[in-house]
Unconditional design. Structure first.
Length: 165
């Protein structure tokens, strides 16, 4: 089927620019008189964060305060940048736990694989971004620090609702 071609008339050189310039000035004036706030007074004011924002990690704990990690080794295996250090151990009852668990938040790319792969929902990314530090070492979060954080866990994407935020 042959398509139809629409020929557009090009504007001539005799046209006036006054109308276009007035329109542009009108937009400028509109922004001059209406209260248009572009500066946010951080840290007094903050954005409302999306529940799926992937930020600083948190380690979930049992009621007695023990970290939920069972030292399975899945998260350090799946981590694409190798920023999780895990040394697992076994207690007298034969239960596994993480003797050493560290995440280098500086190296982390916040992909969320660790959270998705954890079989006991122990490690979570968090809705949190305020983790500036003065030294590189402070970016390595150990188990104690990860369990003490209290910001909300990142909500995982729900495949049953692909458009969810
Ligand atoms: S979010 Fe991704 S990069 Fe960061 S620790 Fe987890 S698996 Fe590694
Ligand atoms: S996947 Fe979960 S249980 Fe396994 S080592 Fe990581 S945090 Fe621990």
């Amino acid at each position: 089927m042959a398509g139809s071609v629409k020929v557009l008339k090009r504007p001539g050189t005799e046209g006036s620019y006054v109308r276009a310039a007035s329109k542009g000035l009108g937009v400028t004036l509109k922004h001059m008189i209406r209260p248009y706030k572009v500066t946010q007074q951080y840290p007094d004011e903050k954005w409302e964060l999306a529940p799926r924002l992937r930020g600083t990690h948190r380690m979930a704990v049992h009621e007695d305060g023990r970290a939920k990690c069972v030292g399975c080794g899945l998260c350090p295996t799946v981590c694409p940048v190798n920023c999780i250090k895990l040394i697992p151990a076994e207690d007298e009852n034969g239960e596994r736990y993480a003797a050493i668990y560290e995440i280098d938040e500086f190296r982390c790319i916040f992909c969320g694989f660790c959270q998705e792969v954890c079989p006991v929902e122990a490690i979570h990314l968090g809705v949190h971004y305020e983790n500036a530090e003065y030294s590189r070492e402070r970016w390595v979060y150990d188990l104690e620090r990860l369990t003490e954080l209290e910001h909300p866990y990142t909500a995982l994407w729900d495949p049953a609702d692909p458009t969810s935020q």
